[in-house]
Design a protein around this ligand. Structure first.
Ligand code: SF4
Length: 484
């Protein structure tokens, strides 16, 4: 297990960033004396030779898209190198453990687990899954495999042993990025016509909030951990040395610990005054810590992402988002006043959104001249309900919830108004096509509005709407759309 390439770490998709969740693990494995090899399958070729050499393959699946891709890679590893131990780690790994650890159609309790764990006819995608803070459990797992031990390892779930998520403080070390593809291979910050190399880091793990639809909630259950400021700053220094002129802070919420976050930003700005940054901050925190916004601008904030999700108060309450539609309007006004663009992420298709409220959401962005703040893909996002989701415990879930679709890693659900499901499908197809054609996002927005109006039996002229909208803002944004 200690020869170069015995341990293979694979990333499939990290929103167009150089993969933090490989870099972090690489550093800890190296510190423990291993020589892992990392492949970012999003931008590199994963060769059969590399797979065949590995004894242990770790696949990072922090989000839904990554899991879809990661499962395909796991199947390929299984057929190329049946003897390798395959471990999926990250939020979605543990949530989907029952599917990932068992052959399709064969669940826990329906097999002779002993036979399968001895590896005779194992076709399940993975041998172990780890959720939450994955580094320490994964190191323990590698050490156990190296010594051929089969004891239960806290934080590691296998076919033979149950274990909950490991949600304890990790002894963080500076991520190891030297083996990863250059930053030129990843999304950049676009400011007008200028493209800047962008790095990525995190200052915290987990989240202190418990929004019901969020995959972090069932794993972290309201806990979060700060990564030491010096570790974060060293990670930033390494990326600036690679050419980064912008840093994305990918924390689930950058202001779960605002004092920690601001301390890091002040040091970043002092050391690299021309480096800009973006961060994800929830509406509630933007309002609560509004006095920090002007300083954020001075320190180089290019934009803030916020999970607005919906503008229908009853939906926001259902999700326990901690903000109202009026709060969203106030947050937009606050950040606009200090000159920071707010880029919302949306979840506009849930069982509680209505055709009227979806139409009102489009009006909100059009009437306030905020269409440029949106990535069109967000107009099509449909609620995912992974196994273990806190939404499953809501009192009326039996009225809208369907069967678990294990291959799609989500429970099925149908909207009580069939027009909403039809509209979602049409909009998803439209924005996908628009994105692949490089269409004008403003035009795409109004095409979405035309589909919505048609569903309501109303007339709508896309050309007139574009003309009425008038002058456009040019806002800084990353060159890859955010979606999970
Ligand atoms: S604030 Fe954001 S990251 Fe935290 S639980 Fe809610 S949706 Fe998830």
């Amino acid at each position: 297990m200690r020869r170069p390439g015995d341990i293979l770490l694979i990333s499939c998709y990290e929103l167009g960033h150089q993969p933090f969740h490989l870099a972090s693990l690489m550093a800890m494995l190296r510190q423990a004396g291993y020589s892992p090899v990392a492949v970012d399958a999003a931008v590199e070729t994963l060769s059969d030779e590399v797979i065949a050499r590995a004894c242990f393959v770790g696949i990072a699946v922090q989000m839904h898209t990554a899991l879809r891709l990661g499962e395909q890679i796991a199947q390929r590893v299984r057929s190329t190198n049946p003897a390798a131990h395959i471990c999926c780690y990250g939020l979605y790994a543990l949530l989907n453990a029952d599917y990932l650890l068992y052959e399709r159609g064969i669940g826990p309790g329906t097999i002779n687990q002993g036979t399968i764990s001895q590896g005779t006819i194992n076709r399940a995608p993975t041998d172990s899954v780890i959720g939450g803070e994955y580094e320490v459990p994964l190191l323990h797992l590698v050490a156990a495999l190296e010594q051929d031990q089969h004891a239960t390892i806290p934080g590691v779930r296998t076919r033979d042993s149950e274990s909950a998520a490991w949600v304890q403080r990790t002894p963080f070390v500076v991520p190891e990025r030297t083996q990863l593809p250059a930053l030129e291979r990843y999304a950049r910050l676009q400011v007008s016509t200028e493209l800047r190399l962008a790095g990525y880091t995190e200052t915290t793990r987990g989240c202190k909030h418990t929004c019901l639809h969020c995959p972090i909630t069932p794993i972290y259950q309201g806990r979060f951990f700060a990564i030491p400021a010096e570790v974060v700053l060293q990670d930033i220094r390494a990326q600036v040395a690679q050419g980064a002129r912008h840093i994305t802070f990918g924390d689930p919420d950058f202001w779960n610990g605002p004092t920690h976050a601001m301390r890091i930003l002040r040091s970043l700005h002092q050391e690299f005054p021309s480096v800009t940054f973006d961060a994800t901050i929830k509406i509630e925190h933007l309002l609560k810590h509004r006095l920090l916004l002007a300083e954020m601008k001075e320190l180089g904030c290019a934009f803030i992402v916020s999970a607005v999700e919906s503008l229908h108060d009853s939906v926001l309450q259902r999700l326990d988002k901690g903000h109202s539609s009026a709060d969203v309007a106030e947050a937009f006004a606050l950040v606009e006043r200090v000159g920071i663009p707010l880029r919302p992420s949306l979840l506009p298709f849930s069982p509680w959104e209505t055709l009227e409220s979806y139409s009102a959401l489009l009006d909100f962005f059009e009437q306030r001249h905020l269409i440029e703040h949106l990535d069109p893909v967000h107009l099509s996002i449909r609620l995912l309900i992974p196994p273990g989701s806190a939404l499953l415990d809501t009192l009326d879930s039996h009225t809208w919830l369907g069967e678990l679709d294990t291959t799609a890693y989500t429970y099925q659900w149908q909207h009580p108004d069939p027009r909403m499901d039809e509209l979602q499908r049409s909009i998803a197809a439209l924005v996908e096509q628009a994105q692949s054609n490089g269409a004008d996002p403003l035009e795409t927005f109004f095409c979405v509005k035309a589909l919505t109006y048609a569903m309501q039996g109303r007339d709508f002229s896309i050309c007139d709407a574009i003309q009425r909208y008038g002058a456009r803002k040019i806002l800084p944004h990353l060159t890859e759309s955010w979606f999970c």
